[in-house]
Ligand binder design. Structure first.
Ligand code: CDP
Length: 224
């Protein structure tokens, strides 16, 4: 797989990047890989095992015992913990409050970045997260960073019925030492505050040829 078969989408919490990535991947007929869910699943596994996620040494010790698997089903990555699907537990309040503590641990990131590279290289992929354009696939030619104002992001989370302190997660994600949230120098930055989902996807699709991504013949209509 070459760099022109990876599209990276990064951005802060509730910027809309997951929905954009899903629509774009469907449009192209590519796999959609949500890396945030991997950090969430490890966090869930640690919480279930009773590990104090604020204790970095305890997280590192427990890490090899967390039985995380990633499989692609219908073009989307499905995460299994001890062989069980856990998607409906990944956005719980406990996980929201703990995930950025776990995601700042370098050993956690090393393990997940290796998994993400393997997955992304296995087929043409849209991959979304915080460090995809900077760390996971720095060689990708099509990189996007989706942003939105803090008010808009807080409102979007509220509209989803989720209580989630996005401001605190963003603060932690942006200031951590290893792979902090930031736009790659060669990423296209899109502010989605005043744009619909469709408008963001349209912008990206229009830019793909100039970024070396050839999409002819694969594209289908947009569908979530
Ligand atoms: O959906 P939302 O944008 O709120 O978050 P997410 O993409 O599910 O990511 C949850 C958390 O995982 C983030 O707040 C980061 O702490 C961490 N994360 C990361 O460090 N690196 C990634 N590539 C993806 C997520």
């Amino acid at each position: 797989m070459s760099a022109d078969k990876i599209i990276t989408i990064d951005g802060p919490a509730a910027s809309g990047k997951s929905s954009v990535a899903r629509l774009l991947a469907n449009h192209l007929g590519w796999a959609c890989i949500n890396t945030g869910n991997m950090y969430r699943a490890i966090t869930l596994g640690l919480l279930k095992a009773g590990v104090d996620v604020h204790d970095e040494a305890a997280v590192v010790t427990a890490l090899p015992t967390i039985p995380l698997e990633n499989v692609l089903v219908d073009g989307r990555n499905l995460i299994l913990l001890s062989g069980q699907e856990v998607e409906n537990e990944l956005n719980s309040e406990d996980v929201n409050n703990s995930v950025s503590h776990v995601a700042k641990v370098p050993q956690v990131r090393t393990q997940l970045v290796a998994m993400q590279r393997d997955l992304g290289l296995a087929q043409p992929s849209v991959m979304e997260g915080r460090d995809i354009g900077t760390v996971v696939f720095p060689e990708a030619s099509a990189k996007f960073y989706i942003d939105a104002s803090e008010e808009v992001r807080a409102r979007r989370r509220g509209d989803q019925g989720l209580s989630d302190s996005v401001r605190e997660r963003d603060r932690m994600d942006s200031t951590r030492k290893t792979a902090p949230l930031m736009a790659a120098a060669d990423a296209v930055i899109i502010d989605s505050s005043e744009l619909s989902l469709q408008e963001v996807v349209d912008k990206i699709v229009a830019l793909l040829p100039s970024r070396g991504v050839i999409t002819s013949g694969k594209a289908s209509s947009y569908a979530a």
